[in-house]
Design a protein around this ligand. Structure first.
Ligand code: HEC
Length: 228
């Protein structure tokens, strides 16, 4: 009997999970349209992330000085504008939120976001951050359309009030872009290298074409034709 109950319970749990996934899959995601080569966007995203997110979320795979180096921000500026939780520029970016406090306040610890752009995708993050809506019965007075009953407050609410919808979307795009970079810093080099390789192939194509023309000129005018 116990076994049957257990099996039923796991089947039900499985169904609940699939419904949850289906429910989320049913929501259309907006396109993030991020561009990892846009350094201004990444710099703004880094600043916003440190100001609005790093109090709760770590990005433990990343260090402050690496961001400085990759995004062209001097160590002095990194220390002044980006380092709130740490003293040393070589430190990993770890939130100042104590685990016990987090459980008490949110019921969960805010997840490390190092790889979230890879696991959820940029469209998901972009849509998630713009999908909070008022719901008084929730602990923080808000709910979220794509992460139903999210225990994260709408931390960008004030920023949203302070600017036009377009500027706000751009800020969210920049944060998303920054998280995409954090998920794979090598992408900066990879994408850049890709363009260089394409450029090289293009030049090679033109040279080969000119060379071909040069050879065929001789062939056409019969220089190489065997004598009868
Ligand atoms: C006050 C603390 C707090 C702040 C500040 C905060 N978050 Fe969160 N965040 C949470 C909590 C708690 C969760 C877990 C939500 C859940 O699972 O219900 C979460 C979840 C998320 C998730 C979903 C991760 C996943 O894999 O499910 C993303 C993405 C995220 N936050 C991004 C951000 C970004 C970007 C910022 C800054 C703009 C931010 N958060 C600021 C507390 C916070």
């Amino acid at each position: 009997m116990k076994k049957i109950l257990n099996t039923t319970a796991s089947v039900l749990a499985g169904l609940a999970i699939s419904f949850n996934v289906l429910a989320v899959a049913g929501v259309e995601l907006d396109h993030a349209n991020t561009d990892i080569r846009d350094q201004k966007s990444l710099q703004n995203g880094a600043k916003l992330f440190m100001n609005y997110c790093s109090g709760c979320h770590s990005i433990g795979f990343m260090r402050y000085n690496r961001i400085g180096k990759d995004l062209n921000i001097s160590d002095a500026d990194v220390e002044k504008n980006l380092m709130f939780n740490s003293k040393k520029i070589g430190d990993q970016i770890i939130s100042s939120m104590p685990d016990e406090g987090a459980i008490k306040w949110f019921g969960v610890t805010p997840p490390d976001l190092s790889l979230v752009a890879r696991s959820k995708g940029t469209d998901w993050i972009y849509t998630y951050l713009r999908s909070f809506y008022k719901e008084e019965s929730r602990p923080f007075g808000v709910n979220n359309k794509i992460l139903v009953n999210a225990s994260m407050p709408d931390v960008l609410w004030e920023l949203k009030q302070s600017k036009s919808a377009e500027d706000f979307d751009q800020d969210v795009r920049d944060i998303t872009n920054f998280l995409d970079y954090v998920g794979e810093p090598a992408k900066l080099v990879r994408v850049d290298l890709g363009y260089k390789v394409m450029g090289f192939l293009f030049i090679l194509f033109i040279l080969s074409y000119l060379l071909k023309k040069e050879y065929w000129k001789d062939v056409k005018y019969g220089k190489w034709r065997a004598k009868d």
